[in-house]
Design a protein around this ligand. Structure first.
Ligand SMILES: O=C(O)C(=O)C[C@]1(C(=O)O)C=C[C@@H](O)C=C1
Length: 120
């Protein structure tokens, strides 16, 4: 068993509480399913949002999915002028038997454009 980091991002339609929660739920669920993870495997999750998303903390969506005893943190992404707007990103540290090359990093909706090299 090794500790590995898995990445993901999703673009949100607008800065509205329900839309942030819905997009984050989709992102977290996809990361978990595609990597065959349970919450017991997750050490911690760091979320970032672009500065145009302030209506809700993405961590709330993870807690609603059962991440109640997983340390979560939300922070602001760097406001690079040419950055993609309305993006929730996550980096999770997990325990897994998968080699690094078999981890599935998940980029959904418009966020696929961020990392065409690794988006599944
Ligand atoms: O993977 C992403 O979400 C990116 O936008 C790419 C990238 C990077 O250059 O590696 C840039 C900014 C983020 O903080 C994380 C990663």
């Amino acid at each position: 068993m090794a500790v590995r980091a898995v990445r993901g991002a999703v673009q949100v339609d607008a800065d509205e509480r329900e839309l942030i929660l819905e997009a984050t739920t989709e992102l977290v669920s996809a990361v978990m399913q595609r990597n065959e993870l349970t919450t017991d495997d997750v050490i911690s999750v760091l979320f970032t949002t672009t500065s145009d998303l302030t209506a809700e903390f993405p961590a709330l969506a993870a807690r609603k999915l059962g991440f109640t005893d997983v340390p979560l943190m939300c922070a602001g992404e760097i406001a690079v002028p040419h950055g993609l707007p309305r993006v929730v990103r996550l980096m999770a540290h997990v325990e897994t038997d998968r080699p690094k090359s078999e981890l599935q990093h998940v980029y959904l909706r418009g966020a696929q454009a961020l990392r065409l090299d690794i988006a599944q």
